[in-house]
Design a protein around this ligand. Structure first.
Ligand code: BES
Ligand code: MN
Ligand code: MN
Length: 452
């Protein structure tokens, strides 16, 4: 550990400079105009991994490029660890709420502010430092190490998903460490043993060919906004459950023993975000509703005029963007189909509705007692000097379930994120002290895996 502290201190200003270079690439995967920026970032990252002691390549996919790297010098008798992360980021809007340029990282009081500072550039970058530590100080690694860093996690991982059948041999591994998660709070470490699945949809409701004068047509034309609002209102029942028939059919009820495995979580972040109205199911705590149960959310509702002042209009169309978070056993496209059929069935007669099912992925669970789980827990405890808990995430990394079916590895999620990092929001930031703990935790994990 002492050697590790010394190495980090000695190299930290260079590490920071390289992190800043990484953060400057505008890799918003949902924006097709930024494709070239993804290519540049992937090439930079691949070169960086080469200079850190790996063989690395940028692998084209039907979507955005993937960065793959490996160092197999430990040999066939040692275990292999695959580290997954992503170099793409979420859009930056609302732009006016950023205090500094999202793609020009700024350091303030040991925090780095930039889009991706935490999710996931900051996190995957500390994992890469672990490789550098071993190669610079020992010239070898105790395990075979692979990196799979994709460029479109934030928009559905389509490229990696489609390329996966051809990449199976390359990515072959015993253990999969997903470095894209949170700890409970700044003092409490936790390994992540699963995330929810996801399915996304968009509905367009059309009432007329063009926008209508709300006086001339008011009382005549049914307003698509009204139809959309009525549809949305019917989606939940009094118990806070999703009211779509068969939505819960496949959900596996958890036993007390399964629930007891997991930390109670920390609910401080709920108050800190200013949340007073709660949305969970009757009889369940907020954390239980978030980790163990599926949900349906309206992510966007649009139609008509919401600009300054007044516009007396009956809009020709309204839009609803929907996503469902899913739990194990639920099939994303089956649930998508249920939602779609419900909307089509329930919408006011005469309003034309088209519903598109977009992308999705299954929920997954890691194994609580794998050697990987033990190695990561022990490492967290060595670094944070507090008992390591077990958590789930209400969020999703849809491609992980596919990596699991293709590679059958042990899976653990880790990271040093906190709910207060503003991921996906203006002024995203990451604490450099947590970044350093991230390096140490990945180094110790590799050491422990090598001891087996
Ligand atoms: N890193 C997050 C997943 C996550 C969320 C981990 C919350 C810990 C807490 C990931 O980058 C993410 O944002 N995933 C998206 C996936 C979607 C856009 C396909 C999500 O969960 O919305
Ligand atoms: Mn994200
Ligand atoms: Mn992420």
């Amino acid at each position: 550990m002492k050697e590790l502290h010394t190495w980090i201190d000695r190299h930290f200003s260079q590490i920071k400079a390289d992190l800043f270079t990484f953060l400057r690439f505008k890799t918003i995967s949902s924006d097709p105009s930024l494709k070239a920026e993804h290519q540049k970032c992937a090439e930079w990252l691949s070169r960086y991994l080469q200079q850190s002691g790996c063989q690395s390549e940028v692998i084209p996919t039907p979507g955005l490029p993937l960065v793959y790297a490996e160092n197999l010098s430990a040999g066939p008798r040692s275990p292999t660890l695959l580290i997954y992360g992503h170099y793409d980021v979420q859009p930056i809007d609302p732009t006016n709420l950023w205090h500094t340029d999202p793609f020009e990282p700024v350091e303030k009081k040991s925090m780095v502010y930039a889009r991706g500072a935490q999710d996931d550039k900051g996190q995957i970058f500390f994992a890469i430092q672990a490789l550098r530590f071993f190669m610079e100080t020992h010239k070898t690694l105790p395990v075979n190490l692979k990196f799979c860093i994709e460029g479109e996690e934030e928009s559905g991982s389509t490229g990696l998903s489609k390329a996966l059948p051809q990449l199976k041999d390359k990515l072959k591994t015993d253990d999969l460490l997903v470095v894209d998660f949170d700890i409970i709070d700044a003092q409490t470490p936790a390994i992540n043993l699963g995330a929810r699945g996801l399915i996304t949809l968009e509905a367009v409701l059309r009432g007329s060919n063009i926008d209508l004068h709300s006086g001339m047509y008011g009382g005549i034309a049914y307003n698509p906004n009204r139809a959309a609002a009525e549809l949305v209102c019917g989606l939940w029942d009094e118990q806070g459950r999703v009211a779509i028939p068969h939505f819960y059919d496949e959900v596996a009820e958890l036993s007390m023993a399964e629930k007891a495995l997991f930390s109670k979580g920390d609910v401080k972040f709920i108050r800190e975000a200013g949340i007073e109205a709660l949305s969970g199911e009757a009889g369940l705590s907020p954390i239980e509703s978030c980790w163990f149960r599926p949900t349906l959310e309206i992510n966007g509702l649009a139609g008509g005029y919401a600009g300054p002042g007044v516009k007396t209009v009956i809009p020709s169309e309204a839009r609803i963007k929907i996503s469902c978070r899913l739990v194990p056993n639920q099939d994303p496209f089956r649930i998508g189909q249920l939602v779609k059929e419900y909307l089509i069935r329930q919408v006011k007669k005469g309003i034309h509705i088209s519903v598109e099912i977009l992308h999705g992925g299954k929920a997954y669970r890691g194994q609580a007692d794998s050697r990987l789980a033990k190695a990561v827990s022990t490492s967290y405890e060595e670094v944070m000097k507090a008992p390591c808990q077990k958590i789930l995430s209400g969020g999703s990394i849809p491609v992980v379930s596919e990596l699991m079916s293709a590679l059958h590895p042990n899976v653990v999620g880790m990271g040093y994120g906190l709910a207060s990092d503003n991921v996906h929001a203006p002024n995203e930031h990451f604490d450099l002290e947590r970044f350093k703990m991230g390096i140490m935790t990945v180094v110790r994990t590799i050491v422990h895996l090598g001891e087996e």
